[in-house]
Design a protein around this ligand. Sequence first.
Ligand SMILES: [Zn+2]
Ligand SMILES: [Zn+2]
Length: 347
Amino acid sequence: MLTVNAYAAPSATEPLVPTTIERRDVGPHDVLIEIAYAGICHSDIHTVRGEWGEISYPQVVGHEIVGVVTEVGSEVSLHAVGDRVGVGCMVNSCRECENCLAGAENYCLNGNTGTYAAVDKDGSITQGGYSTHVVVVEDFVLKVPESIPYEAAAPLLCAGITTYSPLAHWNAGPGKKVAVVGMGGLGHMAVKIAHAMGAEVTVLSQSLSKKEDGLRLGADHYYATSDDETFEKLANTFDLIINSVSAKIDIDSYLKLLRLHGTLVSVGAPPEALEVHAFTLFDNRRSFAGSSIGSIAETQEMLDFCAEHGIAAEIELIDASQINEAYKRVLNSDVRYRFVIDVESIK
Ligand SMILES: [Zn+2]
Ligand SMILES: [Zn+2]
């Protein structure tokens, strides 16, 4: 066992505090990663506060991890000491269900092993990236291209793949009109990626306060959803809408913005059910869909795509001592557009 520094939640209601945790010994197929940066995802906050179900404490979260390989197991062939690597939302899967065998381990029918707050193969609870080191089985470790700025690469491991996967699956590209609902951590990545894929991109945000950013990041149009005229003007317009909002919104009024055979994909996760009227789907033969992160192969494809197109997350770099303050700001949507922890401050 390796004892390492970390920042953990002691309970659902207390702030995160510095502590130490144990990492398993490096097995034959494992790599040991010295973490350099870890992004703060809204899911981290939901998890430590027990809002997505009871968890055991203390719990270290963080599933947007980049670092350097410092040790490899005897059977490891995919990574070498010194490689710049990343770890996203999952660290293992069953490897034998229909979906795993099809290369879609993010949709593992037995549940993939989450990077934190999940039961690992050895029965322990997985601990995330707000920590100096992590041990991960080699085939769930991604290669982070050197050309992506190191700290800005971290959010790609969750926010990047969560938006890349539906954009790729539903063929965002030249000639396609794509709308992004919400200009937060996920939304700003969706704008950058959809633009890089060649689509015509429209942001639908509550207000116009981030309009300048949206246009700078690649949007062609920017509308406020607080303005009812927006919904009249844009009726029957889009081929694809990516909904990144994790609060309950009136899905029906957004579905009406889809043109013939258009699809609205939700990647935000509101706790409440979303209501849809069948007649709204009948018109234009619209689809309402969901999407959850991406497979390991697709995550690698996304990282290579971002490197090729020179894109990464817009971030605010913080020390670990600022995590609790950052959480408050995330909840107030007061971040442009992702907090990333400099893990040097945990060492
Ligand atoms: Zn996340
Ligand atoms: Zn499986």
